[in-house]
Design a protein around this ligand. Sequence first.
Ligand SMILES: NC(=O)c1ccc[n+]([C@@H]2O[C@H](COP(=O)([O-])OP(=O)(O)OC[C@H]3O[C@@H](n4cnc5c(N)ncnc54)[C@H](OP(=O)(O)O)[C@@H]3O)[C@@H](O)[C@H]2O)c1
Length: 336
Amino acid sequence: MEQRPLGRTGAEVGVVGLGTWQLGGDWGDVDDEAAEEVLSAALGAGVTLLDTADVYGDGRSEERIRRALAVQTGGVGGQGRAMERPFVATKAGRRADPFTAEEYTPENLRAWVDRSRRNLGVETLDLVQLHCPPTAVYSDQRVYDTLDGFVADGSIAAYGVSVETVAEGLTALQHPGVATIQVILNVFRRKPLEELLPAARAAEVGVLARVPLASGLLTGKYDESTTFPDDDHRNFNRNGEAFDVGETFAGVPFEVGVAAAREVADIAGDTPTAAFALRWAIDQPGVTAVIPGARSVEQVRGNVAAAGLPALTAGQLADLERVYDERIRAHVHDRW
Ligand SMILES: NC(=O)c1ccc[n+]([C@@H]2O[C@H](COP(=O)([O-])OP(=O)(O)OC[C@H]3O[C@@H](n4cnc5c(N)ncnc54)[C@H](OP(=O)(O)O)[C@@H]3O)[C@@H](O)[C@H]2O)c1
């Protein structure tokens, strides 16, 4: 798989990573066996980047990663990242209670980071991303100073941010310690192409494209009658009841997304729609890697296949832009 430098982290990662929110919760049940199979399939297929967070299943995703890596590579302990194991990007900040900027104190950040170190079984976390904190946190110098201190004392190797909006990403880019930015970027979420990706690229900050399949819409497999379980955010967060609605179907109303995804599938032709959509994102200048989530071995393999696809044709790119302009733009463009 093509490897790219991950911004200022000094690491290289494959262009197709694995998102592991599904291995924690909020996507219906994924049991231990299925989680193990997904992780094992990803590592076996050459995935070198895992994205997780301390709050995915309240630590369950991180713990499953620790166990999988112990089996696959003999463990992740020690002084830093060995070449044989994947780069593990985790996140901190959503444990804040109440969820306010004032909770991002040095003491709380210390506690969150130390908990992730225990969950993942490492001395040094490869990357900690501020996990869509309240907007004020992105301009709080004390938070960056604290994270710089963690780099200096070896508890983390690097830090980055995960953002909801382009504006938050541009604010974070002002801070020289920020190594990476994670943002929603997909065929239905094009705003980062305008300013954020060029700015990140100029600053040599890595970009992780999350929700690259618009929570599954861009696989083309749903129709208007598709339903999701009660414990799946595509059911319980459809209108932003639990967290930012942009995280669910990238903020596109479900029926609108289903109709648009049908057109995307037509444009993809013989290429599986999911891999086609991932290839689009991988090829956007400034993107380091995509981190699709997967709940089965089949999905992992389907996503990894994107790394081997040719670039989209000029005609396909223009058709995708037309679908966005006609069906999607009005719902998302000025919101995030
Ligand atoms: N705030 C944040 O920082 C934040 C927020 C959201 C996500 N993330 C990260 O980004 C990752 C990716 O985003 P996401 O998981 O929300 O959305 P996503 O990657 O756009 O969509 C994942 C869903 O797409 C479907 N899918 C995946 N591969 C498939 C394939 N090859 N064929 C058919 N269906 C396929 C599955 O749906 P079914 O379940 O229906 O099978 C899967 O659950 C997360 O796992 C997480 O690590 C971070």
